[in-house]
Each structure stands twice: as C-alpha cells, then as structure tokens.
Design a protein around this ligand. Structure first.
Ligand code: IMP
Ligand code: MG
Length: 184
C-alpha cells in the first residue's frame, strides 16, 4: 500500500453552508415543479443526501452509475452507463447531482445522453468543480466549490474505494509511484 496523507480542505461546517445555499437556489429555480434528481453513483450519495433534505420543493430520485476507461486518475473519453435510470424521463425536469467535474467528460456524456431521451430540461449540480482541468466544454448550473490542484477524498469521494465515509473533504498526498482507481 502506498503512503498517503490527508490534509483537510473543506470542513463539514463549510460544506453544510454551501449545500444549504445551493439548495435554496435550486428550490427557488424549480418552484412549482417536481424535478428528478439524477444522482451519479457512488461518489455523489453523501452530497445528494444532504442536498435533498435542504430542498423546500418536492423531488423524485433516481440513480445512474458510469464507468470510464483510461488512466487511474484521468478519464480518457470512453464512458459507459453501467447502471441506468429506472424512471421514464420524457418531459421531466432532470437535475444531475454529481460529486466532481474534472475533465468534464463524464458529465458531458451523461447530460447529452439525458437530453437525447426527451427530458424537458437537464441541468447539473456539482459539489466540486476542478475548472482549470476542463478538457471539454460544459455548462455547470450549480457549483459548490471551485477547487485548485489536487485529488480529494471524503464526503462520498474515494481513493480506490477508501475514505468515502469521512465527513470532511481532504486533499490526498501520495508518495511517487502510487496509483488510484477512479470512476466513483
Ligand atoms: P471527469 O470525467 O474527468 O470530469 O471525471 C469526473 C469523475 O472523476 C468524478 O465523477 C469522480 O468520480 C472522479 N474524480 C475526479 N477527480 C476526483 C477526485 O479528486 N477525487 C475523487 N474522485 C475524483
Ligand atoms: Mg463520480
């Protein structure tokens, strides 16, 4: 196992404040509608659970899981749906809830796929935006934090399936030559 040290980046109180204000904006924007929250497994589950309980509008919920193939820490474009939605989305308002947007490839793939299914609207809400890493152009409608360099874990986010349970978000520092799996 590689040597890994964690350094706190976003403490739980700061996350809770941001989630609350995102939920306020979403509740305002979707007033009078019942959107389907489309949560991306697995990384978004903690964010989703906090976000949906702060909403003041009714919502429905469904899940997708995506796999991307490529390097351990970078997606290289080949993305597939390994667990699809179970609800019909024709004519519905969809709000994708995702943990991180990095290159943007995963989210772009999903948003375009959902649009092709005849949804009335498709927007996305992302906890962390690694904006400077973007390789494809996408519009992110709701952003928790714009972050700089680094790989983060905790609050649902993993490093090779570890650390998802941590209530705060941490930057991982690793010794040279270490590897990680992604896609969660
Ligand atoms: P993208 O397709 O390059 O935008 O990659 C987005 C996906 O990569 C996210 O859904 C995460 O699962 C994963 N990912 C990217 N950066 C991190 C990170 O710092 N920690 C944990 N997962 C990450
Ligand atoms: Mg993910």
């Amino acid at each position: 196992m590689s040597r890994r040290t964690l350094h706190i980046l976003y403490p739980r109180d700061q996350i809770a404040d941001r989630v609350r204000s995102l939920a306020e904006r979403i509740s305002e924007d979707y007033k009078g509608r019942v959107p389907i929250l489309v949560a991306v497994l697995k990384g978004a589950v903690v964010f989703l659970a906090d976000l949906m309980r702060q909403l003041t509008i009714p919502v429905q919920l469904d899940f997708v899981r995506l796999a991307s193939y490529g390097d351990a820490m970078e997606s290289k474009g080949v993305i597939s749906i390994t667990k699809d939605l179970e609800m019909p989305v024709q004519g519905r308002d969809l709000l994708v809830v995702e943990d991180i947007v990095d290159s943007g490839r995963t989210l772009k793939f999903l948003l375009e796929d959902l649009q092709r299914r005849g949804a009335r609207s498709v927007r996305c809400c992302v906890l962390l935006d690694k904006r400077h890493r973007r390789e494809v152009q996408i519009a992110v409608d709701y952003v928790g934090f714009v972050m700089e360099e680094g790989f983060v874990v905790g609050y649902g986010l993993d490093w090779s399936e570890d650390f998802r349970h941590l209530p705060d978000i941490f930057i991982v520092q690793v010794a040279e030559g270490a590897s990680a799996s992604r896609g969660g």
